[in-house]
Design a protein around this ligand. Structure first.
Ligand SMILES: O=P(O)(O)OC[C@@H](O)[C@@H](O)c1c[nH]c2ccccc12
Length: 485
């Protein structure tokens, strides 16, 4: 898809910048200089060092931005880089884009002289020329933004960056861009909380996208981090590296500010998220939904299927979504609804995900994903569409499996031989559903090693009314389960 909004504008300028730069210094010369670069500090190792009890801060040199205008135009990059180094930042990011961020490649060369920390060249990379240019200037990493590159280009640029001895930070803004990152074999995934087309920032994006990364991808939460609270929230969600620009540049005491960010992570309370995620489905009341989120649920399901006893109206669903914190994956559940019907509910309620519980085609899954939505496709062990069709639904964010014999498309409280799902769904992120209760969930997890569990009737006092003690019991059981993964 062609970039829109700010991205379109910045890329038009970028093309001219590259043509101009090539006039001064040929591609061959940049390549030679890049290939002759001495290996510097490893950006990848710096990211790998962070973890529970240890937040990694990539501190950014950012003089201005298109959304905030001038931030600190007189910022001396070398002086700031020294402060960042002293304060314990794990890497330095330098915006070299000239027109909107008022940076330059000179900023990077100036910083290279005063620090041994790995340096990320932050720019809108659309040509191999810029990758060589970054290497020649002394960078250890470059930014590759998924939404402005074709699948092929991304793959080539990742490989090229590594050939020169650098590592790319591959940036996404929604879960559906992850597929290209995976295809390109990206290791470090920047999850930008800011939408680069609209420049709107939502600091809950990274926490929502991070569960979808593979185990060997390292997430970096980027943009909008304004203080220790954001670091704590990120760490609770399994994010341990943070790219921070504006708030560091604006801080009165730069070193103290960075220090405070890092030490937030030192409490050691956050653990890597290895237990399955929890989706509580069939909510009808805002206060119950909020309570589920407070208790530690990751996703909630709102049923838009009129025949279900847990069916909600658009107004009810919108109210529930408004009440929930932004890092909750609000999921609309649909049965053979049209694309238009689904999108109308997505817009009205600001849903983050959709669950397709009927005979929806793989194309429908793709169509919804390309809207930036997370898509869960339900398949069944006891009826069609059968779980053995999982391979046709590779585009789905995860496959929800249940047995499927009861009168309703979900929430029939039927238990089944969950272990059968594991074999047929091999290689997919599986959400196990159907008859799960606080009492049996540990067994379900050990039988299926699921990516997530989905509960509805097992934590209810009546259809649509959640028994919060049971929700609590279930979440506790999941969080203390040997994950089996
Ligand atoms: O200043 P902030 O909100 O802390 O954001 C820093 C960084 O994430 C942001 O500069 C950024 C992230 N991805 C980008 C891509 C291009 C330009 C800039 C960016």
């Amino acid at each position: 898809m062609a970039p829109k909004g700010f991205l379109k504008t910045v890329i038009a300028e970028k093309k001219k910048d590259i043509a101009r730069a090539m006039g001064h210094c040929s591609l061959n010369r940049q390549r030679r200089d890049a290939e002759a670069r001495k290996p510097g500090a490893s950006f990848l190792s710096a990211m790998e060092k962070s973890g529970p009890g240890r937040a990694g801060i990539i501190a950014e040199i950012k003089k201005a931005s298109p959304s905030k205008g001038d931030i600190r135009l007189d910022l001396d990059p070398a002086r700031y880089a020294k402060k960042y180094t002293r304060a314990g930042a794990c890497a330095i990011s330098i915006l070299t884009e000239e027109h909107f961020f008022k940076g330059s490649l000179h900023d990077l060369t100036a910083v290279r002289r005063v620090t041994d920390l790995p340096i990320l060249r932050k720019d809108f990379t659309i040509s191999e020329y810029q990758i060589y240019e970054a290497g020649a200037a002394g960078a250890d990493a470059v930014l590759l933004i998924v939404s402005i590159l074709s699948r092929q280009q991304l793959q080539e640029y990742v490989a090229l960056t590594r050939e020169i001895g650098m590592e790319p930070l591959v940036e996404i803004h929604s879960e559906w861009e992850l597929e290209n990152a995976l295809y390109a074999n990206a290791k470090i995934i920047g999850i930008n909380n800011r939408n680069l087309e609209t420049l709107k920032t939502d600091t809950t994006v990274a926490a929502r996208v991070v569960p979808f990364l593979t185990k060997d991808q390292i997430p970096v939460s980027a943009s909008g981090v304004s203080g220790p609270d954001d670091i704590q929230k990120g760490m609770d969600a399994g994010l341990f590296n943070f790219l921070v620009g504006e708030s560091i540049v604006r801080a009165n005491d730069t070193e103290k500010f960075i220090h405070d960010l890092i030490s937030t992570g030192n409490t050691g309370t956050s653990q890597r998220l290895e237990t399955p995620r929890i989706k509580v489905c069939g909510l009808t009341r805002p206060h119950e939904a909020v309570a589920c989120a407070d208790l530690g649920a990751h996703a909630v399901g709102l049923v838009f299927y009129p025949k279900s006893p847990r069916h909600v109206t658009t107004a009810q669903a919108a109210e529930i979504c408004r009440a929930l914190p932004g890092d909750i994956i609000t999921t609309g559940v649909f049965v053979d609804a049209t694309f238009e019907f689904i999108m109308a509910k997505v817009k009205a309620c600001n849903l983050k995900a959709v669950q397709l519980h009927g005979n929806e085609s793989p194309e429908t899954v793709l169509q919804l994903k390309s809207q930036g939505l997370t898509v869960f496709k339900a398949l069944f062990a006891g009826k069609e569409p059968h779980i053995d069709k999982a391979n046709q639904y590779k585009a789905a964010s995860a496959i929800l499996v249940e047995y499927g014999k009861g009168p309703l498309p979900g929430g029939n409280a039927e238990t089944w031989d969950w272990g059968t799902a594991k074999q047929s769904g091999n290689g997919h992120k599986l959400i196990i559903a159907g008859g799960i209760t606080p009492e049996n969930v540990t067994g379900v997890i050990s039988a299926t090693s699921p990516w997530a569990v989905d509960v509805s009737s097992g934590v209810e006092s009546a259809p649509g009314c959640k028994d919060l003690d049971r929700v609590k019991g279930l979440i506790q059981a999941v969080k203390t389960s040997p994950s089996g993964r």
